[in-house]
Design a protein. Structure first.
Lengths: 301, 291
């Protein structure tokens, strides 16, 4: 419902006062940091001497000389993002849809189960996953596989490059049913039931058609919100590899993501300009993905 | 009997729902096992932690791990209650302040008319994508320049501006009829009165949701403590939690009991608040759409 705006005459002095606290905090802790990151990305800055302008050097170095970035970080980030982003997102939608098909009491319980992992904090959970995937016979997965005679000796899950990335993806997917998932659930539950009845009269024959012609068009705005949340979640949970292996860089860079690379340069090597250039690239990447999602879900009006 | 199968949000159980129950149960078990594992491990006595083969469920539950957790903290000179007190204080400040400033901003962006209004809301929507971790370094520089290092404000201020909160509240205030607000103006009310006495009670579900999000943001994150606070006595429980898990990681089996006890303390407030408020949360999220 698009509403008419209230007459301007009434107490307009309040507007700036009410907007100011949020506005100031937004500028100081969101807008300015992004701006500083962009400016620093064009400098060499080692935190001791003041920043020195170097033009596009950092970006050129990232894209041409940074072997770790090109060989590991970028492919890892892409693989991780695709699995956690689109795949995780589709999973969220299907789960929300399936939840809408069952009665309320059962739905409430299942929603709680799916949502609760996202309320656990990353560090706390890393401890648990470390035990579950522990490299000796005390690890639950190893113990299970040993007792079923599927393997002969324990597997070093977290220290092996071939497993680490997949474990990171599973752990992140596990904790990804957050507010984006709840948004889609809320949206699907809010669809007018008459739409479905009308659709069946108009010749919709099965659940699949129902999803395509009714459900998705009706919850597009919530799906867009869910997509933005999924994208942010994907790029901000990069710390998981370091938490699982206790080392930055991760073994043979197998779990190295953009955020770890930024930390590596920013907090371990104190090359702030280079780290800022990586941050800027990351924000740009997130922006591009969101624009893409926007193209997919934009309501046509 | 009426066919309920193709209906979303059915009122009762029907055999056609069985396939959904099966799929959801299988996934649900995978999702819930790690959570049950934390609870179970937190109450395991030492011999069960070392047991081989490892057992998933606790046999003889004890509070040993919680006691050891208190001792570990005590030995560092700062009592656990201090960390928890810091967490509660910063989370409460965060929740109250964030709800008030987000509501005020959302009210203006929803009900006032000025030229840059749409632009401001679009900037806010764009900022939904903001990843704080990506600009950790500039944020540190700003906190330092403002002289906030080692202050209570550093625990709260950097987290306060949550674009998602303003976004959700604005979507709700949009639904409040203008006639209601206009008639309040006629009676001589000002904008603060209108917002706090008329609009906010109507949009309670949205405020509850936003409060939960603000609480989780503040309660779960170790970041402000680890980046902006040097004085141990001013750090939060989430930070202590991440510090203890790093410290004991060399000795996983022995430490996992203590770590689980700590994660449980960290996790319980989140889940209790969500369970109490869950109906309001899902209703609010229905209005979260980005158009």
């Amino acid at each position: 419902m698009q509403s008419r705006n209230i007459d301007k005459r009434f107490s307009d002095f309040a507007a700036p006062i009410m907007l100011a606290p949020y506005g100031v905090l937004f500028i100081v802790f969101i807008a300015v940091p992004v701006l500083i990151a962009i400016i620093l990305s064009f400098t060499y800055f080692n935190t001791v001497k003041s920043p020195e302008l170097v033009g596009l050097d950092n970006y050129v170095a990232i894209l041409t000389q940074d072997e770790v970035f090109l060989k590991y970080v970028l492919p890892n980030t892409i693989k991780f993002s695709i699995m956690v982003g689109p795949v995780g997102y589709i999973l969220q939608f299907l789960l929300a849809w399936a939840l809408a098909q069952i009665p309320k009491t059962a739905r409430t319980i299942f929603a709680l189960i799916f949502y609760s992992p996202s309320m656990t904090s990353g560090v706390a959970m890393a401890v648990i996953w470390k035990v579950i995937f522990s490299g000796d016979q005390f690890g639950y997965i190893n113990n299970l596989l040993l007792s079923m005679n599927l393997i002969e000796k324990p597997i070093q899950w977290l220290q092996s490059p071939e497993y680490l990335m997949n474990i990171m993806i599973i752990v992140t997917l596990w904790g990804s049913m957050g507010i984006g998932f709840l948004a889609m659930l809320g949206g699907i539950l809010n669809i007018d039931p008459e739409l479905y009845e009308a659709a069946y009269i108009d010749g919709v024959k099965n659940r699949f058609q129902e999803i395509i012609y009714i459900t998705i068009p009706s919850v597009k705005p919530q799906m867009m919100f869910g997509a933005v949340m999924a994208i942010v979640n994907t790029f901000s949970t990069g710390a998981i590899g370091v938490q699982l292996t206790d080392s930055n860089p991760t073994p043979q860079y197998s779990g190295q993501l953009m955020l770890n690379h930024i930390e590596d340069y920013g907090f371990l090597r104190y090359d702030m300009g280079y780290a800022a250039a990586l941050s800027t690239l990351l924000l740009l990447l997130i922006y591009c993905f969101s624009k893409l999602a926007n193209k997919l879900f934009a309501s046509k009006d | 009997m009426r066919y309920q199968g193709t209906k979303i949000n059915p009122t009762r159980y029907d055999r056609s729902q069985l396939k959904f129950f099966i799929i959801l149960s299988v996934l649900g078990v995978f999702m819930v096992l790690p959570i049950i594992y934390i609870i179970s491990t937190a109450f395991k006595p030492m011999e069960e932690l070392f047991a081989y083969p490892p057992r998933f469920f606790v046999r003889k539950p004890t509070f040993d791990n919680f006691r050891k957790l208190f001792e570990v903290v005590q030995s560092s000179g700062i009592p656990l209650s201090r960390y928890i007190f810091n967490s509660i204080m910063s989370s409460l400040t965060m929740v109250l302040t964030s709800v008030v400033i987000s509501s005020m901003a959302a009210y203006i962006l929803s009900k006032k008319k000025f030229r840059t209004k749409n632009l401001l809301f679009e900037i806010n929507t764009l900022a939904l994508m903001f990843v704080p971790a990506a600009v950790q370094i500039p944020r540190y520089l700003i906190i330092e320049k403002l002289g906030l290092i080692d202050t209570f404000a550093a625990l709260v201020l950097p987290l306060l501006a949550m674009p998602v909160n303003v976004f959700l509240i604005k979507q709700f205030i949009d639904q409040v009829p203008n006639s209601l607000i206009e008639s309040a103006y006629m009676d001589g009310a000002n904008d603060f009165f209108v917002l706090f006495k008329i609009v906010m009670p109507i949009i309670m579900p949205a405020l509850v949701t936003v409060a939960i999000l603000a609480f989780q943001t503040s309660w779960n994150t170790p970041d402000p403590s680890s980046y902006y606070i040097n004085d141990d006595a001013k750090k939060t429980f989430a930070f202590f939690m991440s510090a203890i898990t790093t410290r004991i990681s060399g000795n996983t089996v022995q430490g996992q009991g203590i770590a689980s006890a700590a994660s449980l303390i960290l996790f319980i407030p989140n889940i209790v608040i969500y369970i109490i408020m869950q109906n309001k949360v899902i209703n609010t999220m229905a209005y979260s759409g980005i158009k």
